[in-house]
Design a protein around this ligand. Structure first.
Ligand code: ATP
Ligand code: PRP
Length: 212
């Protein structure tokens, strides 16, 4: 019997991650997409899943409140937690993009204003390009910023492109592929090695199928 606590990013990732864990043989009898419960227990393998806000997953895992976690690569790059990244799960796939108006690409030789939920990723990206930026951190509906003159462009996740299209924006540059990752606490990987290796093996074989 394993004794593992896995933190999952609520929202898009959680539904798919719970499904992956069920495909590995876990049973979460009381889980439903619409439930407001935050902890679900699998009696078969003794795995406890907790649902937390995406940026909090690396925090729970780094501090050891969870042994492992499932979270988007976007969050790992943004939050820079001291955890092990173990498996690319090939779910929650999208791209980090620079976007804006089709006919108003900003002049990168001048300072540009960028709105984003990801200030660190944005800073790193434009630093590599040698472009000066004013970064405005928003918490959502980032596409609104250029429409109302808050920023020249945005840096955000694009999947289908529907949100950009419906707001009259286009991708200027697609610079980072994103997908969900299995991460673990550094101590847990030693103290619960057998259990975590089981999760790695089970999820990795499913992730290969998701990726192919
Ligand atoms: N449109 C998308 N398509 C695919 N994956 C996405 C998309 N948006 C985000 N993701 C991935 O799913 C993860 C969770 O995103 P989601 O929007 O469900 O939660 P969130 O960012 O915490 O949003 P909220 O603030 O609405 O709770 C992101 O960190 C990213 O890796
Ligand atoms: O290319 P698409 O398939 O349209 O997906 C992209 C949208 O999905 C995410 O937003 P989310 O739904 O998390 O809402 P948010 O604006 O509250 O962050 C992201 O920030 C984009 O706005």
């Amino acid at each position: 019997m394993k004794n593992l606590n896995i933190a999952l990013a609520k929202g898009r990732v959680a539904d798919q991650a719970i499904q992956l864990l069920m495909d590995c043989g876990c049973q979460f009898d009381d889980y439903s997409k619409d439930s407001r419960k935050l902890i679900f227990s699998d009696k078969k393998n003794n795995i406890k899943v907790t649902l937390v806000k995406s940026p909090d997953v690396p925090v729970y895992v780094e501090k050891g409140a969870a042994d492992a976690g499932i979270v988007g690569k976007d969050i790992l790059l943004e939050e820079k937690a001291d955890v092990y990244e173990l498996v690319n799960l090939n779910i929650g796939k999208c791209h980090m993009c620079v976007a804006g108006f089709a006919d108003k690409k900003p002049d990168y030789s001048k300072k540009i204003t960028v709105a984003t939920k990801y200030p660190n990723i944005t800073k790193d990206h434009f630093h590599k390009l040698g472009v000066l930026t004013d970064i405005i951190k928003l918490n959502g509906s980032v596409e609104l910023a250029p429409l109302i003159g808050l920023s020249d462009i945005i840096v955000d996740i694009v999947e289908s492109g529907k949100t950009l299209e419906e707001n009259g924006l286009v991708v200027h540059e697609k610079f980072l592929p994103i997908s969900a990752r299995l991460i673990s606490n550094k101590v847990s990987l030693k103290t619960k090695n057998e259990e975590i290796q089981w999760v790695i093996r089970s999820l990795a074989s499913l992730a290969d199928q998701e990726g192919s």
